[in-house]
Design a protein around this ligand. Sequence first.
Ligand SMILES: Cc1cc2nc3c(=O)[nH]c(=O)nc-3n(C[C@H](O)[C@H](O)[C@H](O)COP(=O)(O)OP(=O)(O)OC[C@H]3O[C@@H](n4cnc5c(N)ncnc54)[C@H](O)[C@@H]3O)c2cc1C
Length: 416
Amino acid sequence: MPVERTNESIVIVGAGLAGATAARTLRGEGFAGRISLIGAEKHHPYLRPPLSKEYLLGKAGEDAVPVAPDDWYTENDVDLRLGTQATGIDPGSHRVRLSSGDSLDYSALLLTPGALPRNLRLPGSGLDGVTTFRTLDDCRRLRDTLSPGGKNVVMIGSGWIGMELAAAATSYGNRVTLLGLEDIPLAAAIGPELGAFFRSLHEAQGVRFRLGATAAELGGESGQVTSVVTGSGEVLPADVVVIAVGVAPDVALAEASGLALDNGILTDAGLRTSKPDIFAAGDAANALHPFTGQHHRSEHWSNALNGGKIAAKSMLGQDAVLDTIPYFYTDQYDVSMEYSGFPTLAAGAEPVIRGSLESKEFIAFWQHEGRVVAGMNVNVPRTQKAIKALISSRAAVRPGRLADAGLALDQLLADD
Ligand SMILES: Cc1cc2nc3c(=O)[nH]c(=O)nc-3n(C[C@H](O)[C@H](O)[C@H](O)COP(=O)(O)OP(=O)(O)OC[C@H]3O[C@@H](n4cnc5c(N)ncnc54)[C@H](O)[C@@H]3O)c2cc1C
């Protein structure tokens, strides 16, 4: 149904996946009013997942990265302002101030500022060769540094990004040491057995782990990093240090505008914030999920994509809710993994394994009160739809049936 409303204007702050998807959805839904998309970075909206995978590895070119072709924005009359920061919001007068000195009135405002990489204020963290990793520019710099190979690379942080970057650095023939606070990498996310599975993938490629370990300081010569000193005093040689210790939702603007915050910008299931006509989506939003009745903040691609679509529909007054099952994926060496479900509900549960870890082809299920709440398929493609259906059904499934590879996943739902 076309939505003319030509006298209305929508401002979107944050030109990443969530913001650009919202703009595309607005035009797709027939909104004919003004759309301003404000982006602090100088690049057209782009996808981040390839930055730590195929684009970093040189296996994919520039066309793997954009959310939409560059000319889509002009062709669809979207006022895209790159290299421009939104510096203030006045919710009362419905106005946004920009770093350019302009200000924009809005009938609806969407905040999609994403997340910022956490940094470590260590002695030496300002040395050349030390970086966090979030942007296309970070990726291009790191690719230039890693691609010749032969360097000592220390990855601080053994989460998904640290592990993906370790895989890429190793593939280029660099010597990688991965430093992690946990005794087993990823154990908090997927448990010790599966965390050990990912560690063994890396060890087989020569990655060295220092676990249960902290970085105490970074050493250098002539302004360039040369080592990482651990909390136990071990000196690890380093030409490159990547600090990959997670991200924090970027709530600076929302906080200054008086929006309700709790681990991000709080929203209802329709992505409305605590202030009238202001919405939030993507990494920065902590949205009420109808499936659990709890707020969930997700730092994943599918949440930004789906959140952008739902926020656009909500801004148009449609009865839309973000109720998709959370999803993310990772690629490391010869392993492609997809995870669907609710990590908070799965936390602490023993996974049920269908297949074998040794063959690197399996599905892990997590249950809560007899119901499947999360599933992770490793090198078993085209199963995430069935896993999501299993989660959505809330059906109780006996663990023996989940583990029985002779039963098709859709049969589990039909017969149990
Ligand atoms: C290296 C990397 C690899 C990843 N891999 C995966 C993966 O394999 N699978 C997966 O599911 N997810 C992955 N993710 C996560 C996924 O990319 C994010 O969840 C997604 O990018 C979030 O989109 P967003 O639009 O909310 O925020 P962002 O992509 O962070 O975009 C927000 C934008 O808003 C801008 N901004 C902030 N404040 C302002 C302001 N005041 N004014 C103007 N602009 C502003 C920021 O500069 C930024 O460009 C990865 C992330 C990274 C960094």
